[in-house]
Design a protein around this ligand. Structure first.
Ligand SMILES: [Zn+2]
Length: 128
C-alpha cells in the first residue's frame, strides 16, 4: 500500500496539469511508505504528448538528493492526458524500477498505482 497526503496529491496534480498537453513525470519519496516529497522531472520523450521518458540526469540527481535527506523512492508517477489510468504497453516495457508506478488520468481524475511490468494493482490510500 502507498500512502499519500492530500497536499502531496494536489501538488502532483498541479505539476501534471502544468505539463499539458504533454505527459508529465516525477518521483514520490518519503518514509515508511508515506509520500512526503513530490519531485517533478522533465519529460524528454520525443513525442511527449503520448509517452514519457524522465530526463536521466535529473532522475539520478533527484534520487541522490532524496537519499541524502534520508528519504526513499516510493513511486514513479506520470500522467495520461487523455487515456485511462491503466498502464500502456510502453509503460510496461519501460518499467524497470521496483517501486509502484502511479498513473493519473487527467480527464477522468482517476489515479491508480501498479507494480509493473506485471500490472498488479497497488492500493493507494489518500490521507489528509
Ligand atoms: Zn503511461
Amino acid at each position: 500500500m502507498l500512502r499519500v497526503g492530500q497536499a502531496e496529491l494536489e501538488r502532483t496534480l498541479q505539476h501534471l496539469r502544468s505539463e499539458l498537453p504533454r505527459e508529465g513525470v516525477g518521483l514520490w519519496a518519503g518514509r515508511g511508505g508515506r509520500v512526503e516529497r513530490v519531485l517533478p522531472l522533465p519529460n524528454v520523450h520525443e513525442t511527449p504528448q503520448a509517452a514519457y521518458t524522465a530526463d536521466p540526469g535529473a532522475l539520478v540527481r533527484g534520487i541522490r538528493d532524496l537519499e541524502r535527506e534520508g528519504l526513499e523512492l516510493l513511486a514513479i508517477y506520470h500522467s495520461h492526458p487523455h487515456g485511462p489510468a491503466s498502464p500502456s504497453s510502453s509503460d510496461r516495457m519501460q518499467a524497470y524500477w521496483r517501486v509502484p508506478y502511479v498513473i493519473f488520468a487527467l480527464e477522468s481524475g482517476e489515479v491508480r498505482a501498479y507494480n509493473l511490468p506485471d500490472g498488479e494493482e497497488v492500493r493507494l490510500h489518500v490521507e489528509s
